[in-house]
Design a protein. Structure first.
Length: 492
């Protein structure tokens, strides 16, 4: 039955379609093909999540080679949830993309955008689906290399500089990761994640493995934009084409966090936090990111850069949840992966609409847009409420669980940090709202109208999801809780 091959089809479909977009060499046809493929992948992701929830983890052996000798794709609660996030966001972005892409990317390069988009999409899905540590590195490189090209397609020359900086730091991150994997292989003789989980405890206290933990943490920390390894992220988000920024902010860093969760909880197990001061380090970095990057965001005059620093701060919340080493903390982190994808996807799509109309995302240039673009800016307000954590929004749910996790462990200072960072989010969010709703359009400015429905509908799908999943938490909270329990139980 074809359903047996869903774990590999969800990765293979976009991967084999990308070269076809090159052969088409036509933006419109490439968009149509990419849209069909991303939505097909979304349907597969839904089926996979349902199957995992009904029957447990899925093991798919490539080439009929038995694990751990052959490459295994392994889909459990967590990986199925991540695959759902990536495919859902990627599908909505494709509906939004054509007008925004045409406005920001030269016509003769539009087909290249869809090619690189599908490669990034496939790489991210492969990272979530694979059960092999080296295979994960391969997909990491596929997604990274195509991401560098996507960022470089931005209109400003500074997009090239941003892409180059990300290339250098991303290459360092990949190198650190593969060195860590090599050290683990040297000590265990296996690359299969489930097999690593069995063999690593026997050598967990050796210097080789301890050094490997450091290499893996730094490598993935660079990829996810973990403070202070985030230097590539603000410029990449600011100068990349708007759809690229929205897609990367909602998916790429989330998949990197997923890999970090796999390293700590699947490869090594929760016991790694007892043998090394990993939790203390993550806690310190998370607190500095949540407070420091929120403070930096307040002083930004470009809304895309403001949201970029906000993303680093939000990653701080996720890292804090991981550092608690409890089921509730892990659940809060996994839940915030989902919620933050909806939040930042919505906010950056709003800025894509703004750039489409006025050619700028500077806060001062957005003055008066509340009247000119009422539906677009209403979506910004709604997603902003979720970013802050107003009740009945997704942002409130994950922050609530994070605070509860901190109080369960008696770390009241962490709860104070989360509240303080939230108050700082109010400040930088209000900075944009004040310009949009309480300042008039500058004299002589172009007359601005609302964006087309093809852009508004996907924007409001994501913005509305912030309310839907803030009031109906069965899928998000239920899946995150089960995934956290499996991780803490040492399962894969």
């Amino acid at each position: 039955m074809i359903a047996e091959h869903f774990p590999v089809l969800v990765v293979i479909l976009p991967l084999v379609t990308a070269p076809i977009c090159v052969m088409l060499r036509h933006g419109g046809r490439a968009w149509l093909l990419a849209t069909i493929v991303t939505w097909a992948s979304f349907a597969l992701a839904i089926a996979l999540l349902r199957q995992v929830m009904d029957t447990g983890a899925i093991s798919y052996l490539l080439g009929d080679w038995a694990a751990p000798w052959g490459i295994e794709y392994r889909i459990d609660q967590l990986s199925a949830f991540i695959i759902l996030i990536v495919t859902a966001i990627g599908s909505v972005m494709m509906v939004f993309a054509p007008k925004s892409v045409t406005a920001e990317i030269p016509g003769d390069r539009v087909y290249l955008f869809y090619t690189m988009y599908l490669l990034t999409f496939a790489g991210l899905l492969g990272m979530a689906a694979t059960g092999d540590a080296f295979n994960l590195f391969v997909f990491l490189e596929i997604s990274s290399l195509s991401t560098y090209v996507l960022i470089s397609l931005g209109k400003e020359r500074r997009a090239l500089t941003a892409a180059y900086r990300y290339l250098v730091l991303g290459t360092l991150g990949a190198t650190f990761y593969i060195i860590g994997v090599g050290m683990m292989y040297q000590m265990t003789g296996t690359l299969n994640m489930a097999d690593l989980a069995v063999r690593l405890p026997a050598v967990a206290e050796t210097k080789t493995i301890l050094v490997a933990v450091g290499f893996l943490t730094v490598g993935i920390g660079l990829k996810m934009g973990l403070f202070p390894l985030h230097l590539w992220l603000p410029n990449a988000y600011t100068y990349a084409p708007s759809v690229v920024t929205a897609f990367l902010a909602a998916t790429a860093t989330k998949v990197a966090v997923y890999v970090l969760l796999r390293i700590y909880y699947t490869f090594f197990g929760a016991g790694i936090f007892e043998g090394l001061p990993v939790s203390n380090l993550l806690l310190a970095l998370g607190i500095i990111a949540a407070l420091g990057m929120s403070a930096v965001a307040i002083f930004q005059d470009n809304a895309k850069r403001l949201l970029a620093y906000s993303s680093v701060a939000q990653l701080g919340y996720i890292v804090i949840g991981i550092s608690l080493v409890t089921a509730t903390g892990a659940m809060a982190s996994i839940l915030h992966l989902f919620n933050h994808a909806l939040i930042k996807g919505s906010l950056f799509l709003v800025l894509a609409c703004v750039f489409y109309r006025i050619g700028s995302t500077k806060v001062d240039d957005m003055a008066g847009l509340g009247k000119s673009m009422p539906f677009t800016m209403a979506a910004f307000v709604l997603a902003g409420f979720s970013l802050i954590g107003i009740p009945l929004t997704t942002g409130f749910i994950s922050k609530w669980f994070l605070i509860n996790a901190a109080l369960e462990k008696g770390w009241w200072i962490v709860a104070v940090v989360v509240v303080a960072a939230t108050l700082m989010a109010v400040i930088y969010f209000w900075k944009v709202i004040e310009a949009v709703y309480f300042r008039p359009r500058p004299d002589g400015a172009l007359v601005v109208t609302e964006v087309p429905a093809l852009m508004l509908v996907p924007l409001w799908v994501l913005a509305g999801a912030n309310i839907y999943f803030g009031t109906n938490t069965n899928l998000s909270v239920g899946t995150a809780r089960r995934a956290a329990e499996i991780l803490l139980g040492g399962g894969g």
